[in-house]
Structure formats: C-alpha cells, structure tokens
Design a protein around this ligand. Structure first.
Ligand code: NAP
Length: 326
C-alpha cells in the first residue's frame, strides 16, 4: 500500500467531476495535489474546499494539449509520486456524422497529451522508490459501444499505452494503472447521454464512490480494474466472447440511434491537418459550452484569496491547429 500522506500527486482534470472528488480525497489523505485544469475559478473553488484538510491543493491552470503548459507542469512537479490522468473529452453520436476535428481533439486530449505529459514526468517519477501513473479509463476502453466510436477508440488507445508503460517499467518502482469507471454522475455526460443511460438501464455511479475506489486502487497499486457490476463481466466477456456482446449491443441499436439524433451539434465544415482554420476562424458558437478557450500560455497557481466566480466549461478544441495554439 502506498502511504499518501506527504506524497505529491499531479492530477489532470482536477476541475472536473471525478477529478475534483479525487483531489479532495487526496487532500484528506495528506497528499500535496498539483491540481491541473483549464478553468481558474473552478480550481480556486476546489482549493477553498480542500482548505482545512491535512494535505494541500495547488491549482495549476494549464491546457494539457499545449507543449509549453506540459513543460511548466513538469517544472512545478519536481518530485511527483503519482501522475493521475483524469482529463478527457467525450462525445456521443453516430460515427457517420462525426467531425474529423472533433476526433483529432479527442485523440490529442485523451491519448497524445497524457502520453506526452507522462514522458515529461517519467524521469522524476522513476527517481522515487515507489510511484504511480494512473489513467482514469472507461468501460468503453474495453468494450467499444455504438454511438461512442471516437471516445471508445481513444480509451482503447490509452489502455494500450498504460499496459505497455507498466510492462516497460516492470522492474522498477513505477506501477502503471488502468482504473475504469462505468457511467458516473458528472457534467461529462450531456443530456442525451443521461437519457440514453436511463433508456438502456445503465447504472450511474455517484462521483464520490468512484473517487474513493480510484484512490484505493492507487494506494494498492492495482494494475487494472473495471469498476461496477455487471460492467466488469461485460468487459471481460467482450475480450473472451465478443460475438455475445455484439448480439447484446445490436438489440440496443434503435435506442442508441434515437438518442444520438437528439442534441447533435450542427454540422461543422470538415477540418483536416492541411486545411485547419486559424483560431480566429474557429467559432465556438456551435458549442453548448460557449466559453472562450483559455489562453494556455499562462499556467498560474492562483493567488490566495481569489474570489471564485461561476465559470462556463471550456469548449473542446475543434482542430489540430487550434490544439497547437498555446
Ligand atoms: N463521467 C462519466 O460517466 C465517466 C465514465 C467513465 C469514465 N470517465 C472518465 O473519467 C475522467 C473524468 O471525467 P469526468 O466525468 O470528471 O469529466 P468532466 O467533469 O467533464 O471533467 C473533465 C476534465 O478534463 C479537463 N480537460 C479537458 N480537456 C483538457 C485540456 N485540454 N487540458 C486540461 N484539462 C482538460 C477539464 O478541464 P476544464 O473543465 O477546466 O476545461 C475537466 O477538468 C475522464 O477521463 C473520463 O473519460 C467518466
């Protein structure tokens, strides 16, 4: 068991639902949490909630897709004991309607940025006698679900990375962990996904329960865990007898199609690496979340006493060229 008291944990997605709950759990255990997110006010509100717990929360405003921001995270986290990847983008809709830019943004955020950040922190993590890289996965990283093609693909890829990383460092004190929640009650799930879960009878976990299980897995050094039953069985079944799962999900198709047709964002012009628009051309107007993308050149620990203000969620970047802006 890893004792968390006095340990340094770098946590991405700290401003999100599962990340916030994890940050508070880590602080309760006496850890120092470097809490990474893009929304300063959300991180400041979290810092205030963590005050009074034995640990300490240090907000760090950063976009993990930005190389300069990742370098800054590595600069701040000089002696990390654990790196937790909780930041991610989700999307729901039929693949035929999906956008190239959206898929690219998802792979950057869910796969390439976690890999790059891991590489940046790896030398420091390997200096510790005991360390962890923990990816918050998903059931869809073991069982690809209709309506979630890009998300499932990104989580499968992340799982592959974590497995290879763990095997590459099997003779060291570093443990790479894949801990996969099932559906969890956070803002990650837009209304049509909430409705889909309800229609399919999918169990939705409370965020604190999920965070407690992830912290327990981190301490125990559990390499792989699917949370929830029957998801644990289905994920196993998908590996061993995928045709059985094919059949089960085929019968869910009409429900998936119905909900995928709801709340779909208006179509965007196709984007590609070659023809990506300039940031000025990328209008967030189509996005439900209309906040401007934070300029990520600044990673700043928030000033003590900064008043938290309500803050819209950050829009997903829509192209690779936009991802490079930092
Ligand atoms: N909720 C579920 O049903 C569910 C189920 C299974 C697995 N998961 C996984 O659990 C993890 C946490 O999900 P959640 O439910 O807590 O989602 P959430 O509430 O939407 O939080 C997502 C977090 O990711 C951060 N993020 C996104 N892009 C970023 C970027 N480029 N740079 C820095 N931070 C970025 C967001 O930061 P800002 O908000 O500050 O931009 C936010 O803190 C994800 O990996 C997700 O795949 C969720």
């Amino acid at each position: 068991m890893m004792e968390l008291n006095g340990k340094t944990v770098v946590l991405t997605g700290a401003s999100g639902g599962i990340g916030s709950a994890l940050a508070l759990e880590f602080c309760a255990e006496g850890a120092q949490v470097i809490a990474v997110g893009r929304r300063p006010a959300a991180l400041e509100a979290l810092r205030q909630r963590a005050a009074g717990r034995p640990g300490r929360l240090q907000p760090l405003v950063a976009d993990i897709n930005c190389a300069r921001d990742r370098a800054r995270i590595a600069e701040v986290a000089t002696a990390p004991d654990a790196l937790i990847h909780a930041a991610a983008l989700g999307s729901f809709g039929l693949f035929v309607n999906s956008e190239a830019g959206e898929r690219e943004a998802m792979f950057h955020t869910n796969v390439l940025a976690p890999m790059a950040l891991t590489q940046a922190l790896l030398p420091a993590l390997l200096k510790r006698p005991e360390s962890r890289v923990l990816a918050v996965g998903s059931t869809f990283g073991s069982l690809a679900h209709p309506g979630f093609a890009a998300y499932s693909a990104s989580k499968f890829a992340l799982r592959g990375f974590i497995e290879a990383l763990g095997r590459e460092h099997a003779d060291s004190g570093l443990v790479a962990q894949w801990i996969a929640p099932r559906a969890t009650d956070t803002a990650f799930n837009p209304p049509n996904v909430v409705a889909l879960n309800k229609a399919l009878g999918t169990h939705v976990d409370a965020v604190d329960e999920v965070a407690a299980q992830i912290v327990h897995a981190l301490r125990a050094g559990t390499r792989r865990r699917q949370l929830g039953w029957p998801e644990k069985l289905f994920a196993w079944l998908n590996g061993a007898f995928p045709t059985l799962v094919d059949r089960g999900l085929r019968s869910a198709l009409p429900v998936v199609r119905t909900h995928a047709a709801v709340d779909r964002r208006p179509s965007l012009p196709p984007k590609s690496f070659a023809a990506a628009p300039s940031p000025a051309q990328v209008t967030p107007a189509f996005d439900r979340r209309t906040a401007p993308t934070p300029t990520s050149s600044v990673i700043r620990p928030l000033a003590e006493g900064t008043a938290p203000t309500p803050e819209p969620r950050s829009p997903a970047p829509q192209s690779v060229s936009e991802l490079g802006q930092c």
